[in-house]
Ligand binder design. Structure first.
Ligand SMILES: [Zn+2]
Ligand SMILES: [Zn+2]
Length: 704
């Protein structure tokens, strides 16, 4: 007589397997244990989700048996199971898919013996029991101390609303330190948008928390090798790791003693997963803290969450206005004297400048002055390559990608045309492929061209020591290869660069000490974008970029941010001049409210991909029709919009279409989608949609 278990496995998408499968086991197992089970002809990793009293609908002989139990590994907690269940349900995916994706991939290949070896190896690095060293802690400013005090007293999610340079990281570290000292088991999860851009942070954390013993600080992100990732995950799961620094994937890690979650730069779009379960790690962090607190009797022992940003997402800002989140204000830069102090913002009206100038003369002049004073400037443009398009003016040919609805970008360095969406690359043709005209020309500007022009315009200028001016470019192209980005950043930090040219990559998080001027070359395309979040993102980008200027107190009075625009009167620039995020947010929330956009409504997208746009849209229309015919629950409060091509309609020869689903009520939207999901699965299996490649729901999409 065996035991019956509900076990979740990573079933292929749309396989029809949405819930757990029933298996038989000779021994009694607990929920959360990892097992190996047969699935079809394969043997796969599974998680025991629950125990059954009988075989359910299975007849004798139909049941399959658990093959192996990964003993020695503590069971995943009930809270973790609840988090996975919520994520699957909310983002409309199967529990098995979400659960298995949250586990390190290497775990799938290990049997009980292999795992036992890993665990033994991990346990052999001992924990030092000594208390943490108190040395090397900067003194807290008054506003930092106050933020910490308020955070200590609240059980609500908190937003640390701190200007760039106000010392947010130190507040995170102090909150973590206090907790880890007070509670010898507690774990802290610290999330950052992209770990590769801030390699200093990991080192800083290891130094700061060295007193916790070796292995107490681990990183968890997709840049790790499978073996490293397994090691970090095991350390987190067994409680050996006390502080976990991770990217969005870390929010689903097993952290049995989690008591504090920090989400740095909470507004960053990279917290939203863009495939599989399209979860928002920021939103899940808030939910997870709530979940971890719900189950403990001792209110003080629950899990708290701190979101941090100088330019919060409007969702988070609205939650503060409504009192759901507690706002902790830190308006002052460290070392600054007045409220809201930041670099002076100069908005340059490009319609008054000579036509075609990439950099207006007054800006060039300002940069030249900095160079001769031995100060650094940062100039950024959000488009890499030399020019976004190559065109023939004789016949109108353009460097269209044959596989995507996008142009291939001209890269002068290696004279190539590259599609930034599918990667398709070809050498630049000698003449126009259509008419043979040899005079094909670049249209528009990218960072490569910007670098070339800046170097050209400053070629006669000398640095204070008489040597020539040095211009350095940092973008995804120039920073390719292991260690290249770090080497380039080190060059800037060491003062070996006068003008740093780059994409928004250089505006994030770097603590450049000698930059006193920051310039945005062409931010206009985001002002009137069809993407409703574009202004919010632009404002965050410009504020963040402004924060790169004058980080050293001696420079803060002379630091400047320049913005070149054809729309100098735009209210966004007005708010930027005043460093007034609150004012910007108020205006933007007002227009979102009148347009019925998030956070005042809740949205999801149904996306479909096929060889033809027609088929993709047909599926969406049939899906809407089926929803109307079957009168699904919640449907009366949900609005379905017409099927349209996605903004990037064709990608790598695949046609993409989407349909917006919107509701003023989140529960109604959730109810509707849960009922719709099986209808969609059934519909896509029909003969008419045999050639449909993929469909998926995206809940709370980044853009609609
Ligand atoms: Zn031509
Ligand atoms: Zn392409």
């Amino acid at each position: 007589m065996g035991f019956w278990l509900d076990i979740v496995v990573a079933a292929p998408a749309h396989s029809g397997i949405t819930g757990p499968l029933t298996y038989e086991s000779k021994s009694a197992l607990s929920p959360g244990q990892l097992v190996r089970v047969p699935l079809g002809r394969r043997e796969v990793l599974g998680v025991v989700w629950g125990l059954r009293s009988d075989a359910g609908s299975l007849s004798p002989g139909q049941s399959k048996s658990v093959l192996d139990v990964l003993e020695g590994l503590p069971a995943l907690s009930a809270n973790w199971q609840a988090l996975i269940g919520f994520t699957a349900n909310y983002y409309q995916r199967s529990v098995g898919e979400v659960a298995l994706a949250a586990l390190p991939p290497q775990l799938r290949e290990l049997d009980a013996l292999g795992l036992a070896r890993r665990l033994k190896k991990a346990a052999s690095s001992p924990l030092a029991p000594e208390t943490m060293a108190q040395a090397d802690r900067p003194a807290l400013s008054a506003q930092q101390a106050q933020a910490l005090e308020l955070f200590e007293d609240t059980r609500r999610p908190a937003l640390l609303f701190g200007a760039t340079g106000s010392g947010k990281t130190e507040v995170y570290l102090r909150a973590a330190e206090e907790l880890l000292q007070e509670r010898p088991q507690a774990q802290v999860l610290m999330m950052v948008p992209e770990i590769n851009l801030t390699p200093q942070l990991e080192t800083r954390l290891r130094d700061r928390f060295a007193g916790l013993g070796p292995g107490a600080v681990v990183a968890l992100h997709s840049g790790l090798t499978p073996a490293q990732r397994l090691k970090s995950w095991l350390a987190a799961h067994t409680g050996q790791a006390r502080l976990i620094l991770g990217t969005r994937m870390a929010v689903l890690a097993s952290l049995p003693q989690l008591q504090l979650i920090v989400v740095d730069e909470e507004h960053d779009p990279s917290y939203k997963q863009q495939e599989g379960a399209r979860y928002s790690a920021r939103d899940l962090a808030v939910y997870r803290a709530h979940l971890e607190s719900r189950s403990v009797a001792d209110k003080a022992a629950g899990c708290r969450v701190m979101l941090g940003s100088a330019t919060p997402s409007l969702e988070t800002w609205q939650a503060c206005l409504k009192g759901r989140y507690l706002r902790l204000d830190m308006p002052l830069r460290i070392g600054a004297s007045g409220v809201g102090e930041g670099p002076e913002v100069r908005v340059l009206d490009m319609s008054k400048q000579a036509k075609g100038a990439l950099l207006a003369p007054p800006l060039m002049q300002a940069i030249a002055e900095r160079v001769s004073r031995g100060e650094q400037s940062l100039v950024f443009l959000n488009r890499r390559g030399y020019a976004p398009v190559l065109a023939c003016h004789a016949c109108g040919w353009k460097s269209q990608c044959p596989h995507c609805s996008a142009y291939r970008v001209f890269h002068k360095v290696d004279r190539s045309l590259r599609c930034h969406h599918c990667g398709y690359t070809e050498p630049v043709p000698r003449g126009c492929p259509d008419c043979g005209n040899v005079d094909i020309t670049p249209v528009g500007r990218g960072t490569e061209q910007l670098e070339e022009q800046v170097a050209h315009l400053l070629s006669d200028l000398k640095r204070p020591d008489g040597s020539p001016v040095r211009v350095l470019r940092i973008d995804a192209d120039s920073a390719r290869g292991k260690g290249v980005l770090q080497a380039r950043l080190a060059q800037v930090h060491a003062g070996h660069t006068d003008v740093l040219v780059g994409t928004q990559m250089v505006t994030k998080g770097h603590d450049f000490r000698h930059i006193t001027l920051v310039a945005a070359v062409n931010p206009d395309s985001s002002l009137y974008s069809s993407d409703f979040r574009a202004p919010e993102r632009l404002f965050a980008l410009l504020m963040q970029a402004a924060g790169r200027a004058g980080r050293q107190a001696q420079h803060s009075a002379t630091a400047q941010m320049w913005v070149q625009t054809f729309h100098p009167q735009h209210p966004l620039f007005d708010a930027l001049r005043r460093h007034d995020y609150a004012g910007f947010a108020q205006e933007e929330l007002h227009s979102r409210q009148s347009a019925g956009l998030p956070p005042f409504s809740h949205a999801a997208l149904l996306r479909a991909e096929a060889a033809s746009q027609e088929l993709a849209q047909d599926f969406l229309r049939a899906a809407a029709q089926a929803a109307a015919q079957q009168v699904l629950p919640g449907a009366d409060r949900v609005q379905l919009y017409p099927a349209v091509p996605m903004p990037l309609q064709r990608l790598a020869n695949v046609e993409r279409a989407q349909m917006l689903i919107e509701s003023a009520s989140r529960p109604a939207l959730q109810q509707f989608m849960s009922a719709w999901q099986p209808v969609l699965a059934q519909l896509s299996s029909q003969h008419a949609f045999k050639r449909l490649m993929r469909w998926a729901l995206d809940v709370d999409p980044l853009s609609i």
